[in-house]
Design a protein around this ligand. Structure first.
Ligand code: SF4
Length: 255
């Protein structure tokens, strides 16, 4: 019989896993969804981790149910991930991703903050409210897009993700993007832009033009949390959004 020191981590893992599935937008779950999470997997080496980093993604032919099922399995793996020792020991739960599983657009942010860590969903704090307003200004709803982060665990004190943490989580990001298969990606802030695109360029240099992630056009703009402290930069973000909407073939709402 398990003693109390064993029972608590197990129940925490199960709660964490179910919360991650919900945050992933998963309504369907396999029978195995409530079994204990697999033990920690070995971490990949640091640095660009994709074997296909320079190749285009194969066309995703999965239908909605297949995407949901594959994402369920991936969210289950993420919920039990212990690759980043510090993050895994301090998180409340993993924060997988949320939104449409057939999106035209995916926003990629940096990492969960305190509210995201508590609720298991990305961009639900003050920066998330601002992101919702940006999405709305673009004529879309939050449910129309997919939202995820470079990291799936909150760095203590909301510090910037470390390079090895981003490298550890890269596999999950790549698989998520492959399964969700957005037509366009918008990176929010320097951390997301630099990590997704494997570059050290500043966000100011990356703004204003399209980049490529495995055949998907990528636009980089400022993170909403930056805008909370620098509201004058909102006009720059709106210029970026107009550029993105134009490339997507969508109308640009009056602003
Ligand atoms: S940040 Fe990513 S790689 Fe690191 S422990 Fe969390 S899920 Fe695992």
């Amino acid at each position: 019989m398990a003693d109390s020191s064993d029972a608590e981590p197990l129940s925490r893992q199960i709660r964490q896993h179910l919360a991650s599935l919900k945050a992933a937008g998963v309504e369907w779950a396999p029978a195995s969804a409530t079994v204990p999470i697999k033990p920690a997997e070995p971490a990949p080496s640091a640095g660009p981790s994709s074997l296909f980093a320079e190749e285009s993604l194969p066309r995703n032919t999965l239908d909605l149910d297949q995407r949901r099922q594959e994402l369920t399995v991936l969210a289950q793996r993420v919920a039990g991930c212990m690759r980043c020792t510090e993050l895994a020991s301090t998180r409340t739960q993993t924060v997988f991703g949320v939104g449409s599983l057939l999106p035209d657009l995916c926003f990629v942010g940096e990492a969960p903050g305190a509210e995201e860590d508590a609720r298991g969903e990305p961009f639900v704090g003050a920066a998330g409210q601002l992101l919702n307003r940006i999405i709305s200004a673009c004529g879309m709803k939050r449910e129309d897009v997919y939202i995820c982060n470079i990291l799936r665990c909150r760095p203590p004190g909301n510090r910037t993700p470390l390079p090895d943490e981003a490298a550890h989580c890269r596999e999950y990001l790549e698989q998520q993007l492959e399964l969700v298969a957005p037509k366009f990606i918008c990176c929010l802030g320097a951390c997301a832009s630099q990590n997704l695109l494997n570059t050290t360029q500043s966000i100011s240099r990356m703004r204003g033009r399209f980049h490529d992630y495995r055949g998907i056009p990528v636009l980089c703009t400022f993170h909403p949390s930056y805008l909370l402290h620098n509201p004058a930069a909102k006009k720059d973000v709106w210029e970026d959004m107009k550029r993105l909407l134009s490339r997507m073939g969508k109308p640009i709402p009056a602003h």
